[in-house]
Ligand binder design. Structure first.
Ligand SMILES: CC(=O)N[C@H]1[C@@H](OP(=O)(O)OP(=O)(O)OC[C@H]2O[C@@H](n3ccc(=O)[nH]c3=O)[C@H](O)[C@@H]2O)O[C@H](CO)[C@@H](O)[C@@H]1O
Ligand SMILES: C=C(OP(=O)(O)O)C(=O)O
Length: 485
């Protein structure tokens, strides 16, 4: 089992560069399927497990892709399948984002149900409601969702019951090649939606209003692959801002966009963290004891649910009592139990957690229950007394590029210990058995050769003995006492 080991107590100082946003790049790569012509060249694509998964999904659909120096090239002129394989969708629910582009391009899509995960049930009813409004027929069964359109999708007016990020993106992509105009009301406003809209527009789509609650998409006939640079990851940036503050450090988070982080910056400033915008990012300094604050997660521009656990980590080292309310996902407090193993004093009541701050934290063996929980545990470990061992880090690999390397470059005492894979263990065992077998074979041959020598010697000695015996016997034979003449 791979793990991250942190020895707490180091103050973080220096510059850390933010990678491209996971939550922007996944829909953008899915949208590359819409290009009947040309090649898309996407820059600042982070090297993450989720990116690898979406790359495999697109390849399974017939797109050709290459990835080098954080740049992904995608050609989707010829698609050969409309089915996203179960094994990939099961790994990452964002695989479901290929449904909109497939419906628009091929008129059909078959994707296994993405299901729930550690943070809640996460239904997809709003995505499906949008596709149905645009004329698609939806069939569910055997763990799959199949959608079929009779000809081109038709533009429609769609009101989302919840401002879902994924549903807004999926419908925007489907609508880009539909006939007529689609209006999404109560649309999500996240910066990743705006990034997707910018990419779609560069490809030839007509998307207006992204970043507001109403998005209008005028369908076009064809779209072309283009070059696009992904926005910096606001959640990764926010995580390093928390890591800096929790250690009382002084860190420049290069590439962070203050506008995208307004609610996080505002809460951290309320706590007493000094934050300033620079020409290239955000500088974070924490030099005095921090104050506890109340936080409620909300869709953008509210406080992001993806920063809730990291924020809770910071509240654990702040003075006084803080209240955190999670309104986006119904079960996103799994990290609390792990924080408590590190001496955190937290009480959960439904969707609210009450944090009694300022309690000395202690290193422990803990497990990342989801992506952001893993990052938050790393933050706590940076200030905990002694050593913390974090397992379940495959979650962290979904969304953070080299978190140990980046934190170590700021002075953290952190390392990653790789598990030896089962295949590697099996291969070593086979090697050992083969060596053992050839040893035994050599030993058997040596024994056989020796036995041969002994046998030959024995036979030789027996034949000598026989001759000798014959001789002796002949000597014993009664000698004639007369001579024959
Ligand atoms: C790849 C990606 O971008 N992931 C982000 C995206 O996830 P994702 O797009 O899955 O999140 P949504 O915005 O769709 O979910 C928000 C809420 O709406 C509910 N809902 C959603 C869809 C639906 O059809 N019906 C429904 O009820 C969900 O259960 C959840 O309670 O936004 C979340 C909320 O900011 C973030 O935490 C995730 O990091
Ligand atoms: C919940 C997250 O991602 P996903 O929607 O891909 O599970 C996240 O990025 O914190």
């Amino acid at each position: 089992m791979s793990k991250i080991i942190v020895r707490g107590g180091q103050r973080l100082v220096g510059n850390v560069r933010v990678s491209g946003a996971k939550n922007a790049v996944l829909p953008i790569l899915a949208a590359a399927l819409l290009a009947q012509d040309g090649e898309s060249v996407i820059a600042d694509v982070p090297f993450l497990d989720d990116v690898n998964t979406i790359q495999q999904v697109l390849a399974a659909l017939g797109a050709s892709l290459s990835y080098e120096n954080e740049t992904m090239r995608i050609s989707a002129q010829q698609l050969s399948s409309y089915e996203a394989p179960y094994d990939l969708v099961r790994k990452m629910r964002a695989s479901f984002l290929v449904m909109g582009p497939l419906l628009a391009r091929l008129g059909c899509a078959r994707i296994s149900l993405p299901g729930g995960c550690a943070i809640g049930t996460r239904p997809i009813d709003q995505h499906l409601k949008g596709f149905e409004a645009m004329g698609a027929e939806i069939m569910l069964g055997h763990g799959f969702i199949e959608a079929r359109a009779n000809g081109r999708l038709k533009g429609a007016k769609i009101y989302l019951d919840v401002a879902s990020v994924g549903a807004t993106e999926n419908i925007m992509m489907a609508a880009a090649l539909a006939q007529g105009t689609t209006t999404i009301e109560n649309a999500a406003k996240e910066p990743e939606i705006v990034d997707l809209a910018n990419y779609l527009n560069a490809m030839g789509a007509i998307v207006r209003g992204a970043g507001t609650g109403v998005i209008r998409i005028e369908g076009v006939e064809r779209m072309t692959g283009v070059r696009h640079t992904v926005i910096p990851d606001r959640v990764e940036a926010g995580t390093y801002m928390i890591a800096a503050a929790i250690t009382g450090g002084d860190v420049h988070v290069e590439g962070a966009i203050a506008d995208h982080l307004a609610p996080v910056i505002s809460k951290m400033e309320e706590m007493g963290v000094e934050i300033s915008e620079t020409d290239t990012g955000i500088r974070v300094r924490a030099s005095k004891p921090l104050r506890g604050v109340d936080v409620k997660t909300l869709p953008y521009p509210g406080f992001p649910t993806d920063m809730q656990s990291q924020m809770m980590a910071l509240l654990m080292v702040s003075e006084g009592t803080s209240v955190v309310t999670e309104t986006v996902f119904e079960n996103r407090f799994m990290h609390v139990e792990e924080f408590m193993k590190m001496n955190g004093s937290i009480k959960v009541e439904g969707r609210t957690a009450i944090i009694n701050g300022g309690v000395p934290l202690a290193g422990a063996k803990v497990c990342a229950t989801d992506l952001r929980a893993g990052a938050a545990l790393v933050c706590v470990a940076l200030v905990a007394d002694g050593e913390t061992e974090i397992t379940g880090i495959h979650h962290v690999d979904r969304g953070y590029v080299d978190i140990t390397g980046k934190l170590a470059s700021l002075g953290a005492n952190i390392e990653r210990v790789e598990a030896v894979s089962e295949a590697a263990t099996a291969a070593t065992a086979v090697d050992k058995l083969q060596t053992l077998a050839s040893g035994i074979e050599a030993a058997v041959s040596a024994v056989a050769a020796q036995a041969d020598t002994v046998l030959t010697a024995a036979l030789a000695s027996e034949s000598v003995s026989e001759k000798k015996r014959d001789k002796d016997v002949s000597r014993l034979k009664p000698q004639p006492t007369w001579a024959v003449t």
